[in-house]
Design a binder for this molecule. Structure first.
Ligand SMILES: [Zn+2]
Length: 278
């Protein structure tokens, strides 16, 4: 009996490991995801008034943006709940660890969300264009530096709200039941996109898709080599799936600040290893 249970858990674990960090419903056909994304973005534009209120509050906070996140709390692991899931204690920290076992607080909205001031392959002013101000500023510099080398980067998907993750998860529970839903979609709060510190980037060469082939393009290679100079890391590196819980995602950039990013780049670490060793 025990052996059977263990096998089921092992299988569930393997399935979860193959989820993509960037698509709300895990790894499936990417065009399907984009369609789902767009449908949901239209819904989320109805929340525009709510967002505007948040933004005006954020503007009051902007002076603190330059100071925040400077202190690294080594122990984000404070409030442990059941299933071994940890709720991070300092969700606005620039080096906050968010993964399958570390979630952001329920309903958490990051500081200073704004539309990222960079190039996108679409015109709609949707939620996923947003990131924190600190991320937007750094992205702008990264994109400018790439432009100077004749490389056109495009941003694709940034902020994803807790509510949106909840909606996707809930619809999967309706469709498949709780157990299967946990396998095919991420638990609300575990997407790094909720932090406002992540942005998926892409290029024309891969038809603006979020695919591993991006890593082999001129843009992908340049980003892998230079992102740290602007405070970004490639969050899910090749060969680190056992540590990060996600397959190689050359498109998913995470802002951690220049010092941390440079250290992570030079040591060839994943963020999990940085947090453990730093
Ligand atoms: Zn992503």
């Amino acid at each position: 009996m025990r052996k059977k249970t263990a096998t089921v858990w092992l299988m569930a674990g393997v399935t979860i490991l193959s989820l993509s960090a960037c698509n709300p419903q895990g790894k499936q056909d990417s065009s399907t995801h984009e369609q789902q994304d767009n449908q949901q973005e239209q819904q989320s534009s109805q929340d525009a008034n709510k967002n505007k209120q948040t933004e005006s509050q954020d503007q009051n906070d902007q002076s603190s943006e330059s100071n925040e996140g400077q202190t690294v709390d080594k122990a984000d692991q404070h409030q442990s709940n059941d299933n071994g899931m940890v709720t991070v204690a300092h969700p606005n920290d620039l080096q906050v660890l968010v993964n399958k076992s570390h979630k952001l607080p329920d309903g958490f909205v990051p500081k200073n969300l704004q539309y990222a001031d960079v190039r996108f392959p679409y015109d709609e002013k949707v939620q996923k264009r947003k990131v924190r101000k600190v991320t937007s500023d750094a992205l702008k510099q990264l994109f400018q530096a790439a432009d100077n080398k004749g490389i056109q980067l495009f941003a694709q998907s940034g902020y994803r709200s807790y509510e949106r993750q909840e909606t996707v998860f809930a619809s999967n529970v309706d469709r498949y039941g709780e157990k299967k839903a946990s396998q095919v979609s991420a638990h609300p709060g575990t997407s790094e996109h909720q932090s406002g510190l992540a942005m998926d980037i892409t290029s024309r060469a891969v038809d603006f898709k979020l695919i591993q082939a991006f890593g082999d393009t001129e843009a992908g290679r340049w980003v892998a080599k230079h992102a740290h100079e602007f405070g970004f890391i490639v969050r899910y590196p090749k060969g680190k799936q056992d540590i990060t819980g996600y397959e190689y995602e050359p498109w998913h950039l995470r802002y951690v600040g220049k010092d941390a990013a440079t250290k992570i780049y030079k040591k060839d670490w994943a963020l999990e290893e940085y947090k453990r060793n730093e």
